[in-house]
Design a protein around this ligand. Sequence first.
Ligand code: NAP
Ligand code: MG
Length: 489
Amino acid sequence: MASVTIAGYRGRQITVQTGLFIDNQFVPSIDGKTLDVENPSAGKLLATVSAAQKEDIDRAVSSSKKAYESWKTTSPSARSQLILKLADLVEQHTEDLASIQALEAGTLYTESVDFHVPSSVKALRYFAGWTDKLDGLSLNIPQGLSYTVRLPVGVCGAIIPWNTFLIGFWKIAAAIGAGNVVVIKTAEVAPLWAQKLAELIVEAGFPPGVINITTGLGTVAGQYLAEHHDVRKIAFTGSVRVGREILAASSKSNLKKVSLELGGKSPTIIFADADLNNALYWASLGITMGSGQICASGSRIYVQDSIYDKFVEEFAARLRDGIHGDPLLPETTKGAAVSQSQADKVMNYIKQGKESGAKLVCGGEMLPGPGYFIANTIFSDVPQQATIMQEEIFGPVASIARFHTEEEVIAKANDSPYGLSSAVFTTNINTALRVSQGIEAGTVGVNAWGLANPNVPFGGVKQSGFGRDCGQAALEEWTKIVYSSAKNR
Ligand code: NAP
Ligand code: MG
C-alpha cells in the first residue's frame, strides 16, 4: 500500500501510510479516490491520502462490528494493558507526531511537544485506569433487589476536527477504555497524525477492527458514518453547522447516541484587582495558542475600566512580537492558519472588525508568505453587538471591551449563543466564585485559561454542544446503564 515520506523536526524522515486503516491493514478506497493534504506553512502539497467512500465506511463498520464480538469479552486488565502500551508508544513517537502536526496543521512543533502529545498520552493512561472500574449500583426496591450494570455502547464513530489531535486521543481513549470499538473519521486537512497512530495501534497489539481509521470528506465519509445503522454512538467535535447535521443524521437513522463538542466565543474577564502580569500571560496565550484555532480560545476579553488602557497597551506589546514561519523551527513563535480558506475566513472577519466602529490596535493583515500567516490582531472598544464580538473567528483575533460592574460583565459574557470556555481574573475569592457561577460555560478558568486535564470534564453548554470529553463524565457518553431486578421469594 502507498506511503509518503516527509521531513520532520531536524530533517527527521517520517514515513506515513496513506491508505484507510481497516482491520489493522492499510487499504485503498474502493474506487481509488484520494485527497490532497497541504502544508499550510509552505503552501505546498504534503501528501495524498485515500478518500473513504460509503462502501469503505461500510467495510470499516463491519470490521468493528466483528471485532466487538471478541473485544467485549476481553478482560478489563488486558484492555488496560493495550491502552497503556499504546500510550508508551505515542510518548516514544512524540517527535514524529509533533512533526506531523506541524507539517499538516501549521501547529508549532514546540507547542505539540509541550502540550498536545503529553496531554494525549495522559488521556490514554487516564482511561486505561477506568477499564476495571465501570461498576454499577445495587438498589433496594420494595420487591427485592435491583442492580445496575454499566456496559459499552458497542460500535462507535468519532469525527475529528483538524485543529489538534488531542481531541482524537480524548475520544479514542475514552471509547476503548469503556470497552467499545471505534471507527474514526479524521479531518480532511489534517489526517496524517492518525495514520501514524494506526501503525502504533498495530505495534501495541490491538486486535484488528478495534480501532479503524478512515480519511475522507466530511460530506461523504463523515455523514455516512453519522447515518450508519450499525453505529450506536457518534462523538463529534467541530462546527455548530456540522453538529446540527450529525444530530439530524442520528434522528433520521437509528437514533444513535450523540455527543457534540462545538464552537465557542469564550470570554476572558479581567477585574481591576487582578494580578495584571498573570492576566496578560494567560490572555495572550488564550488567543495565540494554535494561532487562535482552538475551540476554547479566549477571543472576547472584557477588562474593568480603571485598568483598561494599561491592559490594552501591554497586551498589544505582547502580541505584536512574534516570529512566523516554519513551525518545525524552535525559534518560530507563530504558526499558520490551517488553509487558505481558513485564512480568508479570518481576514473577512478582520475586515468586518475594521468596519464595526472598533479600534484596530495592532495586526489586521496577512504576514509575508509562503504559507498562510495572519498577524496577531487586537480590536479594542468593540461594541457588544459587533460580529467580531459575537461570532467565532478561529484565528488570532482578540476583541476587547471595557466593563464597569460585575453584573454588567456577567450579562455581556452570557450574551452569546456559545458557552464552551471562559476565564476570570481577580484576587478576590468572592468575585471569583460569584462570576464562575454566573457565567454560562462548560469551563471557567480562575486566574488561568485553558487548563485541560484528562480527569476534568471538557465540553460546552448552549450551542457549544452537549456531552463531555475527559473525566468520569466522559464515561457516561461511552457506556449505557441497564438494570436487573430480582423479586424476593
Ligand atoms: P467542521 O468543518 O465542523 O469539521 C469537523 C469534522 O466534521 C471534520 O472531520 C469534517 O470533515 C467533518 N464533517 C464535515 N461535514 C460533515 C458532515 N456533513 N457530516 C459529518 N461530518 C462532517 O469543523 P472544523 O473546521 O474541522 O473545525 C473547526 C470548528 O471545530 C470550530 O467551530 C471549533 O470551535 C470547533 N472545535 C470545537 C472543539 C470543542 O472541543 N468544542 C474543539 C476543536 C474545534 P472535513 O474535514 O472533510 O470537513
Ligand atoms: Mg471543515
